[in-house]
Design a protein. Sequence first.
Length: 404
Amino acid sequence: MKRSLILLKKAGKFILLLILILLTFSYAMFEGGFVSWFLFYSFLPFAMYCMALSMYSLNELEITRILPKSDFNAGEALRVTINVRRTNSFPLFFLLIEDRLEEPLKSAQQSKKTKALLLPGFKKEFSYEYIIEELPRGEHFFRSFTVKIGDPLGLFEKEKTISQEAKIIVYPTYSEFFYKPFENQFDQGLTASREWVQRDTSMAAGVRDYQPGDRFSWINWKASAKRNEIMTKEFEQRQSHDVVVIMDCAPDQHFEAVVSYTASLVRAVLKTGAQTGFLTYSKDRVYFPISGGEPHLRQLFYHLAKIEARSLRPLEQVIETEGMFVQQAVFFILVTAQLTKPLIEKASFMGQRKGAITLFLIKGSKEAASDNERSLISIAHARGIRVVIVNEGEQRSAFSVVGL
């Protein structure tokens, strides 16, 4: 039905064009003189162009989107170049082209718009570019272009959607800082361990099969040559410093800061050589088992790039339902923007059974804790839970505070 209406509309415009040609010709024939014939011959090129444009096919347009790279960090600028190529030089009065973006890219600030009005004329190749000033975190897809052409009289216009898919990943921003592990030393609370989280590479206890994440310098070449497979040195470890990071995915105005700090935290932990597990509960529960190395870090960052604040469960309920942690004697780190009494109670119960608990409370820039939060922090400290307030933009200072 819709296609029939479009065809009827085009037929009506074509008939209108023929009527205009006949009217100007009749006027010139009956009126005579220079002015009437000048009017007819002046209108005739526009009428012929309209007829030719009605038969012009947009299928000949080949549109290419050029992206400088596929991986970005949040806040970076994206400069996109759009190239248009066609097979013939039919003159185009104008070409209106738009790269159709999805949210949230569509709402991001643009110094040059995704929609551009081009005047190709006889050119076979032409291009334009647009710039998104600050990329939002996430996995973003480019789907298609919308192109539109028309004649100077506005009688004939053609529009077409051309598919051209692409994807970029925008990872969360992170800060560089040095992670210091924690351990339970006194009944009244936690202190920072002065022992670095690393394998004692001066004390090789044996060899084992190579595992992803092992460093190149750990390879035992003699053992590898004898067994005809890659073997790595097994080092003595002074103490287990495995860490499980649990990130709160409840909707909150500081959620992006929570994601950013979590990214900084897991990166800092893994860079010291420690093993890290990671748990989120947004639309679905996602758990990354305790592991280490660069591949594991890439997995975590990819997950953090896509995570959304869609959890219907508060963090204390997430902790309560995770019975898998009962068997793991690890350090637990909670990252949240909402501090509640039930959360303190659940964290305290888990900490009493299976090791140290540290909770990072994310606040806005220069935002101080409320009276209720200060009261909850005192209760948490009394129960052996360390609570550290982290303000946006001051992530590096968090562990300097912890180490005091």
